[in-house]
Design a protein around this ligand. Structure first.
Ligand code: PMP
Length: 409
């Protein structure tokens, strides 16, 4: 394992070298280290051919690299076998795959789909669609203002009709970590399957899908140092085996006749058309990079940075941090409001000071409605950020109201 050295780490990110801006929009997408960019370039320079098709050496080599990337993802999340790893475009596509394939085939009127109010739109809209198409009822699992889902709310929401639970591990607005083991226990008790959105957790903490005993897990490569356009769906083999394909066409078949087809085995049954092999190779390089430090080390580094930001923000008058008041329950995400200042103006003022953050509803409008706010500003960190950047950020935040013509008293 490589020793942790923040100075060296920043050297690995070319974009961070050539700017004096502070990049605090990591929950939207992370920056990419040079080794990831190099791995993608090497794939296209040395191994580019369509995978799983040609019998000539170049295609065989490309296929080998693509399938090795799958094994790297398997190892990263501790899946039982590579067949349980499906490459998709992103977390959104992964969750749609579960909805269209598992949801449409297994849910019916009288069943209930349980979705937490903390979800990103990409784990709500597919279930709205399944609910409309099948007659299954969409039920929401409510949270407290700090983001926790109390056991009483679980008691209210779960029922003998619950057949699918769709829940995020980490909220992209509040940064809080959901009690997945408790939710799995309750899903099992009513015979439901559970889909965990790991878009905001896979980049920041170790995940063991077997220990968690979740049925499906979705995440995106681009939030964890990999290129855009490559994502992952993990599914338990026995479930994936029984599910119909999501998309159909080339690459996902054994044989095709005029009116019928025999589908390929897992995982290719779910990977129709030419795949993003370069993206998968980039994702494997990103995982190797993360693992060279260790997810525990990176988690600890990010927790310390987040606590520093959280404490600094809480000390600024008129600034309100959303979610947990525990500094260790934010997973790099500090969403906030400033009295009388619209989040878009917050973002404008910070941008003029060289700070890149996000303002809006962060694709979580139902959560914002539930919390009674229209929009928020969000700063989100990654291990390559520094305390010096946070100091600059805090200085800038403390001047927002004055810059907008309000006092700070
Ligand atoms: N879930 C969560 C919790 C997210 O934060 C995001 C990205 N903001 C997504 C899902 C969707 O990710 P993508 O756009 O990469 O599909």
């Amino acid at each position: 394992m490589t020793a942790w050295n923040p100075e060296n780490v920043r050297q690995d990110f070319v974009l961070l070298q050539n700017t004096d801006r502070v990049y605090f929009d990591n929950a939207a997408t992370s920056q990419k280290p040079k080794c990831v960019i190099d791995a993608v370039q090497e794939f296209y320079e040395k191994y580019n051919a369509n995978v799983l098709r040609g019998l000539y050496p170049l295609s065989v080599e490309a296929t080998e690299r693509y399938e090795n990337a799958r094994k790297t993802v398997q190892r990263f999340i501790h899946a039982a076998c590579p067949e349980e790893i499906i490459f998709t475009r992103n977390a959104t596509e992964s969750m749609n795959l579960v909805a269209y394939s598992y949801g449409m085939a297994n849910l019916k009127a009288g069943d209930e789909i349980l979705v937490s109010i903390l979800e990103h739109h990409s784990n709500i809209l597919p279930w709205q669609m399944v609910s409309r198409a099948t007659g299954a009822k969409l039920v929401f699992l409510e949270c407290e203002p700090d983001g926790t889902i109390p056991k009483e709310k679980m008691d209210e929401a779960f029922s003998e009709h619950t057949k699918l639970v769709a829940v995020t591990q980490v909220s992209n607005v509040l940064g809080c970590v959901n009690d997945i083991p408790e939710l799995v226990k309750r899903a099992r008790a009513c015979g439901a399957v559970i889909l965990m959105d790991a878009a905001q957790s896979a980049p920041h903490m170790p995940i063991d899908v077997q220990k968690l005993d979740v049925d499906f897990v979705a995440f995106s490569g681009h939030k964890m140092l990999a290129p855009m356009g490559i994502g992952v769906l993990y599914g338990k083999q026995e479930l994936l085996e029984k599910m119909p394909p999501f998309l159909t066409g080339g690459e996902m078949i054994e044989t095709v006749s005029r009116y019928d087809a025999v589908y390929a085995e897992l995982p290719h049954k779910f990977e129709a058309g030419t795949v993003n092999a370069g993206g998968a190779v980039g994702l494997a390089a990103a995982i190797d990079y993360l693992e060279s430090y260790g997810m525990d080390t990176l988690h600890a580094v990010e927790q310390e940075l987040t606590a520093y930001l959280f404490r600094g923000m809480n000390a600024i008058p008129h600034v309100h941090v959303l979610g947990s008041q525990r500094e260790d329950n934010h997973t790099g995400i500090v969403s906030f409001t400033v009295d009388q200042v619209h989040p878009h103006d917050i973002s404008e003022v910070l941008s003029s000071d060289g700070m890149d953050i996000r303002a809006g509803h962060h694709c979580a409008q139902p959560l914002h409605d539930h919390l009674g706010i229209h929009s928020t500003a969000r700063a989100s960190l990654m291990f390559y950020n520094t305390k010096e950047e946070i100091d600059r950020f805090l200085e800038s935040v403390s001047n927002i109201r004055r810059r907008m013509g309000f006092g700070n008293e």
